[in-house]
Design a protein around this ligand. Sequence first.
Ligand code: DP6
Length: 352
Amino acid sequence: MNLPNQSPEYVAEVPSNIALIKYWGKQNAELQWPANDSLSMTLSHARSITRVQINNEPCDLLVIDGRQADQNSPQFKKPLQFLQKIRTILEEEIDTSRHLSITSHNTFPQSSGIASSASGIGALTLGAVAAWTGSPSFSVLSSRGFSQERLASLARLGSGSSCRSFGGGFVLWKAGKSPEDQETISLFSREHWDLQDMILIVSREPKLISSSHGHDRAWTSPLFKNRLSEVPHRLQRLQDSIVYRDFALFGAIIEEDALEMHEVMKTSVPSLNYLLPITREILQWILHKRASSHFPAYFTLDAGPNIHLICEKASLDRLVNEVKKENWPIEIIVDEIGSGPALSLSALKHQK
Ligand code: DP6
């Protein structure tokens, strides 16, 4: 609660995103420099909401989904180390010595296969920088030297894919010619194409190998170099399909890219398999449906067993019903293309 005389509470909301051309493998892990350009669709409902206040305590206080931070738990290790990292990076520019009280929650269930590190690290970056600089809006942040592009590049240091959550619609993360040359560009706004993401949750088990560890193995796959040479052309074709809203072309490309990433994972040393038998069964079903009837939906997969089925708004209800009819032991979460992050001051600040 925000009592009188307390410092204001900044509320950062950052959405998750689903990659259409995947970021897999890094040229430099320390500097978070990806091996290839990637392109994602920003989601709308799946968000991390992070409230940040300057405190007078001797340390930062972090609560995620109602649980108090514990240094040894992997859920907290990543955000706490990241907070320390941006504090050090920014300390000569702004006063980052002040400790923060941070309360964060996701609007989507934990371990649902929705990229919580992209939204979570994004919201932590936005909330912390807003609190340290006393900025209640993006325009004030920008006037203090923190454009959305700069915030994205800070967030990237905690989780690569989080930089793409700083824009709405379709977002391109360009690797550039050096780590400093990286860019995050919003290519098309959400209004351009009303796509939906039907997320089929087949498992809620946390993954055994994190994507950060998975990235390290990419170079051991004999398929990886070939993937890297294919991606630029694929990315260009994907952008064309978005420009013309050519859904069949769009779908063919996103499936090709997701399957290729999983082939790279499988052929890495040691081999990585994020898929479950039920994932494969559903993928087969989708391919069969498409071959035998009009089935206007295409899948993509992240580093996990859950399936993102992308479709246009007009076909959503029918497709949800078709999936439900199969009676798989799965949960369905429906999301859609979104417009990017938000920043505000907690309404309670007006209390006197
Ligand atoms: C499969 O961004 O989670 O979701 O940078 O090491 O934190 P780190 O990895 P992360 O990797 C995401 C991988 C992916 C594909 C993607 O989102 O592009």
